[in-house]
Design a protein around this ligand. Structure first.
Ligand code: MSP
Length: 535
C-alpha cells in the first residue's frame, strides 16, 4: 500500500476543445504542443498527469458546416475528429483523455450541472437582441465590430442580428465574487497582460449572457424546454468535467469530480480568455464547485509577419509541416522561438535555419564528434568520472551545475523559450570548450586522463541538455540517450521517472558515463530549405 506521503503529486491540464468546423489548423496544434510539453515535463519530474484535449462539436457553426457538406452533423464531426487524432499522433502528443461534446455521457453531465445552476436561481428567460458572430459563437457589441459589420477576428463573416427569447445566466450576480477571486489570486489568470485585459473588462460591469438558442438544432435540448438548445459555450466548457470520468464510470458530477478536480491549468489562446476567466468561474460558483487553479492565455501565431487566414491564402498546414520536417523540429521551433504568452511568427526559412543551427549543428554534431573522439582515444568507454573529479572553475561544470534548477524554474512558469536558450548556452560553450581544449593534441602528448575528463565534461553536458529538452524533443533526446548507453525512451510516459529519476538526471555530473558508448551515428539530419531558398 502506498502511504499518503509517497503518492505522487497530481496535475491535470487541458487544451481547449477544438471546433470541428474544419481540419485542425496550426493554431490548435500550437496550443496542443505547449500542453503536451507541460504534461511531459510534469511526468518527467514524477507527477501524475492527466492531459485532456478534445473537440467542441455543437452549435450553429458546426451545423452550418455539416449542411454545406450535405452530411448529417454527427458524421461530419466523426470525420473531423479522426483528423485531430491523426495530427496529435503525428506530433507525438501524449494525451490521456479526448473529450467529445457529442458523447452521450456529456449530456448527462451538462444536464446535472444546469440543474444545479437552475436551483441556485441563476437562470431566467428574457429577450436577446444583438449582433452575433457565428464564427466566434459569441454576441458582440456594435462598437466591437468593424465598419462593415464584420467581427475583427473573422473579417469575412458578417455578424448577424438576433432578436429571440433565450435563457440567460446571471453573470452580473458574480461581479463581486469574481473581482475578489482575481484580487486574492493573482495567478488565476496569466500572463500578467491577459490578467489586466480581464480586469479592465470586468471593471466595466458584467452583463448576463444567454445560454440557450431557439434556431439551432445541433445541440442538447434544455431539459424542461425542448424549444431551446443549450448555447455551445455553456456545453463546451463542461466538456472539461466530462473528460474526468473514467471510461466505464456512470456519468454523474460526483464521479467526474472525485479524482482530478479542480483542474490545475486551462491552457488556451488569448481569443477565448473571457469564456475561461469570467464565464467559467462564474458558472462554477453558481454550481458551488471549486475553481480551476490557473487559466493561461497564449498569444497568436502569424505567418511571415501577417495574420493567417484562408482569404489571405497564407494558412500553414500542420500536417504538411510535420510530414515534411518531423515532429521534434516543429515542436522545437514553436516552443523555443515564441515566448509563451506573446504573439509569434512562423517563417519557413527561419524555421529551417533555427532547427539546423540548434539541433543539427550545435547539439547533434557536438555529440557526434565527441563520441567519435571517445572511440578513437578511449576505445569507446570512459573510466568512472563525475563532477567532483573536475576543477571548480570548469566552464561546463559551472553552467551545468545550475542548469537543472534554472530550467525547472523557467518551465514551471511556462517560459520554454528561456529554458531552451539556457540549455543551448551549455551546448554552445561545450563546442567552444572542445575546440579550445583540443583533446586530439593532448592525446598525442600522452595526456590520457586529461583527454578523458574533457570528453566526459562534454558528453555529460550533451546528456543533460537532452534530458532537459526531452519534453520538447522526445525523439531526439531518446536517440542521444541511447548513443550515450542509456536505455531510456522519453515517450514511455508515466514510468519515465522510475527509469531516469529527475533528481539524478537533471543534475550535471552526478551520473557516471562508464558504460560502453555507442559508435557515433548522426542523431538529427539537417532539414532542407524550402525550394528556392538558401541559408
Ligand atoms: N471551441 C472553442 C474552445 C472551447 S473550450 C471549452 C474554440 N475552438 S477553436 O478551435 O476555434 O480554437 C482553439 C484554439 O486555437 C484556441 O486556443 C485559439 O486561441 C487557438 N488559435 C486559433 N488560431 C490561432 C492562431 N493563429 N495562433 C495561435 N492560436 C490560435 O475556440
Amino acid at each position: 500500500m502506498t502511504s499518503e506521503k509517497t503518492k505522487p503529486k497530481k496535475f491535470a491540464l487541458t487544451t481547449p476543445l477544438y471546433y470541428v468546423n474544419g481540419l485542425p489548423h496550426v493554431g490548435s496544434a500550437y496550443t496542443t504542443m505547449i500542453a503536451d510539453v507541460i504534461a511531459r515535463y510534469k511526468r518527467l519530474t514524477g507527477e501524475e498527469v492527466l492531459l485532456i484535449t478534445g473537440t467542441d462539436e455543437h452549435g450553429q457553426k458546426i451545423q452550418r458546416t455539416a449542411e454545406e457538406k450535405k452530411l448529417p452533423p454527427q458524421e461530419h464531426c466523426d470525420q473531423i475528429v479522426s483528423k485531430f487524432e491523426e495530427l496529435w499522433h503525428k506530433l507525438d502528443i501524449q494525451y490521456n483523455r479526448f473529450s467529445r461534446t457529442t458523447a452521450p455521457r456529456h449530456q448527462a453531465i451538462v444536464n446535472e450541472f444546469l440543474q444545479r445552476v437552475w436551483e441556485n436561481n441563476d437562470i431566467y428567460l428574457a429577450q436577446q437582441q444583438g449582433w452575433y458572430c457565428v464564427a466566434c459563437e459569441e454576441f458582440k457589441e456594435k462598437r466591437e465590430l468593424l465598419e462593415d459589420g464584420c467581427c475583427p477576428l473573422h473579417p469575412n463573416t458578417t455578424a448577424e442580428w438576433r432578436d429571440e427569447e433565450n435563457y440567460f445566466f446571471k453573470l452580473s450576480k458574480y461581479q463581486g465574487q469574481l473581482e475578489e477571486l482575481y484580487q486574492q489570486n493573482p495567478q488565476f489568470i496569466q500572463p500578467e497582460s491577459r490578467r489586466n485585459e480581464i480586469l479592465n473588462f470586468v471593471n466595466q460591469g458584467l452583463q448576463d449572457f444567454s445560454i440557450s438558442r431557439v434556431n439551432v438544432e445541433w445541440g442538447f435540448p434544455i431539459p424542461h424546454d425542448a424549444n431551446h438548445t443549450i448555447y455551445v459555450w455553456f456545453d463546451a466548457l463542461l466538456g472539461y468535467v466530462t473528460a474526468l470520468l473514467e471510461p466505464e464510470q456512470e456519468p454523474t458530477l460526483d464521479n467526474a469530480l472525485s479524482q482530478w478536480w479542480p483542474i490545475n491549468l486551462h491552457l488556451i489562446g488569448k481569443d477565448i480568455l473571457r469564456f475561461h476567466a469570467i464565464y467559467w468561474p462564474a458558472m462554477l460558483m453558481s454550481a458551488k464547485l471549486p475553481l480551476p487553479q490557473q487559466i493561461f492565455g497564449h498569444g497568436f501565431l502569424t505567418k511571415d509577419g501577417q495574420k493567417m487566414g484562408k482569404s489571405l491564402g497564407n494558412t500553414l498546414d500542420p500536417f504538411q509541416l510535420v510530414e515534411k520536417y518531423g515532429s521534434d523540429a516543429v515542436r522545437y521551433y514553436f516552443l523555443k522561438e515564441i515566448e509563451c504568452g506573446k504573439d509569434g511568427d512562423f517563417n519557413e526559412t527561419r524555421f529551417v535555419n533555427i532547427v539546423n543551427a540548434d539541433l543539427a549543428n550545435d547539439l547533434g554534431n557536438l555529440l557526434n564528434r565527441t563520441l567519435g573522439m571517445t572511440q578513437k582515444y578511449c576505445q569507446g568507454s570512459l573510466p568512472s568520472i563525475n563532477a567532483a573529479d573536475l576543477p571548480q572553475e570548469h566552464p561546463l561544470k559551472t553552467i551545468g551545475s545550475n542548469l537543472g534548477e534554472s530550467v525547472t524554474k523557467a518551465y514551471e512558469k511556462l517560459k520554454f523559450n528561456q529554458g531552451c536558450e539556457e540549455i543551448l548556452t551549455l551546448i554552445r560553450v561545450g563546442n567552444k570548450f572542445i575546440d579550445e581544449q583540443a583533446p586530439w593534441r593532448l592525446f598525442k602528448e600522452g595526456k590520457q586522463t586529461e583527454v578523458e575528463k574533457i570528453l566526459y565534461g562534454v558528453l555529460e553536458s550533451v546528456r543533460l541538455a537532452a534530458y532537459l529538452l526531452a519534453p520538447i524533443i522526445p525523439n531526439l533526446s531518446g536517440k542521444i540517450y541511447q548513443q550515450l548507453g542509456f536505455s531510456v525512451d522519453f515517450n514511455q510516459g508515466d514510468r519515465l521517472n522510475e527509469v531516469a529519476p529527475f533528481n539524478q538526471h537533471s543534475q550535471w555530473g552526478k551520473l557516471i558515463l562508464n558504460q560502453t558508448l555507442a559508435k557515433p551515428q548522426p542523431v538529427f539530419a539537417k532539414l532542407d530549405f524550402p525550394s528556392g531558398d538558401s541559408p
